[in-house]
Structure formats: C-alpha cells, structure tokens
Ligand binder design. Structure first.
Ligand code: FAD
Length: 213
C-alpha cells in the first residue's frame, strides 16, 4: 500500500503521482496529511497544495481505480480542535470515498474500543484497522508518543522503566506487550492489524508467530 501525503507538494504534483501510480497498477493507497518534513517543527501546507487528506481522497476517487485508506486517531489528532471535530472530519474522509480507516498507534486498547464505538454511532461503517507499534526502545516510544499525541499507560511506563537503557530487552518486552495487545484486539473483533514495523521485521514476525497467525 502506497502512503501518499499532501505535505510539501503542490496539487499538480499530487495529481501527477496519482496518475503514475495508476499507470503502474498500484491499487491500494493510504491518503494522508503527512508529518512535518524532518527538521521542521510545524506542519505548513504547500502554497499551492492540498490542506487536508480529504482532498487527496477526493482526488484519488476522481482519478479512479484505487482502494483508499485514511488515518484515524483513537486519542485525537494533536492538531485537532476537539475530539468531536476530529471524528467529524474522519467521517467526511470515509464519505468522500475511503474504504478503510487505519489508526494511529495506541497502547491502551480501551482507547481503540471507544473510538470504534463512537465512530459506529456516527454511522461510519468502514473497517477500522488498529495500528500497533512493536516497541524497539524506550526513547523511541517516548519520542513517537510525544509526536503523535498517544499516551503511555502507567503499566507500560513501569515496563519501560525496566528497559530504559537496554534496547535488546526493550524489543523483547515490546513483542510481549504487542502480542497481548493484539490478542485482546482479535478477541474484540477486528478486520486486520496494521503494524508500525519501521522496516524491521523481527518483532512483527515474532508477534505473528505468538498469535498463531
Ligand atoms: C496508519 C498511519 C500511517 C501513517 N503513515 C505516514 C507516512 O507514511 N508518512 C507520513 O508523513 N505520515 C504518516 N502518518 C502520520 C500522518 O500523516 C500525520 O499524523 C498527519 O498529521 C495527520 O494525517 P491525516 O491523514 O489524519 O490528516 P488530516 O485528515 O488532514 O487531518 C489533520 C488534522 O486536520 C484536521 N482536519 C481534517 N480535515 C479537516 C478539514 N476539512 N477542515 C479542518 N480541519 C481538518 C483533523 O482534525 C486533524 O487535526 C501516518 C498515520 C497513520 C495513522
């Protein structure tokens, strides 16, 4: 699945990419706002670019031939005005043609369950695929959660404190934590799992093996 963001490119560039993807037979697309480019503290729209991911969804639908996914934030997007407004904009992305929502990482499944429940109440029927981060190190989790607005629950904080300076132990702890998290999610009833593998397959393979997948 190609991740395409609106940040740092004009509308014409985004359109050209969509046409090239279609020409190459790419069918699955995750339409995203995008993180600020490295070194930039804040998100600035391109002066002739799209402002929000929904515009990219609409553009992809207009080009045609894509199954489009969008991002959802169980703990609310950091730049959102409020939880209700964030959920309203997500609903609009689905109504604009997104077939699936993939969530930002979270470490407390209750946040995901509440998110799904509230979206269903709003009439969102698309699958809401949970995003799971297999922890690779304590500093990494602190950096990621600060960036994306997810919280570190107290029980995870206690586990992290034990592996603060030991990345190998952090990876093993991360595999155990994510395995438990995924097992509960599967019991709840999900249509898939999204792993933030960060191009490292070791933990994801171990988690899938633990889960018998
Ligand atoms: C599964 C997943 C994969 C990701 N992969 C990448 C990646 O590969 N590369 C990368 O750079 N980033 C990636 N991200 C991060 C993502 O790009 C950022 O979190 C980004 O800040 C938000 O993206 P979005 O698609 O939700 O943006 P948007 O939908 O544009 O939302 C951004 C903010 O604007 C608000 N908003 C939305 N629509 C409107 C509107 N019409 N009017 C006013 N406000 C509005 C929302 O409430 C939210 O606060 C990923 C995130 C997820 C969940």
């Amino acid at each position: 699945m190609c991740h395409l963001t609106v940040v740092g490119q004009s509308k014409a560039e985004a359109r050209a990419i969509l046409h090239r993807l279609k020409g190459k037979g790419i069918e699955n697309l995750l339409a995203l706002g995008g993180d600020p480019p490295q070194g930039m503290a804040d998100w600035q729209p391109h002066e002739d670019g799209f402002q929000h991911a929904i515009e990219l969804v609409r553009e992809a639908v207009a080009v045609g031939g894509f199954s489009v996914g969008v991002a959802g934030f169980p703990e609310v997007h950091p730049r959102a005005e409020s939880r209700p407004s964030d959920m309203k904009f997500l609903k609009e992305k689905v109504e604009a043609g997104a077939a699936v929502v993939i969530t930002q990482l979270f470490f407390d499944n209750d946040d995901y369950y509440r998110f799904v429940e509230d979206l269903r109440k709003l009439g969102v029927r698309a699958p809401i695929v949970p995003g799971v981060l297999p922890i690779l190190s304590a500093p990494q989790v602190r950096r990621f959660t600060a960036l994306c607005g997810a919280k570190i629950p107290a029980r995870l904080e206690r586990e992290l404190a034990k592996v603060e300076h030991d990345d190998e132990a952090a990876i093993e702890m991360g595999i155990e934590y994510a395995t438990r998290q995924c097992a509960e999610l599967i019991k709840f009833g999900i249509s898939g799992l999204h792993f933030y593998s960060l191009n490292k397959s070791y933990s994801v393979k171990a988690i899938c093996k633990n889960l018998g997948l």
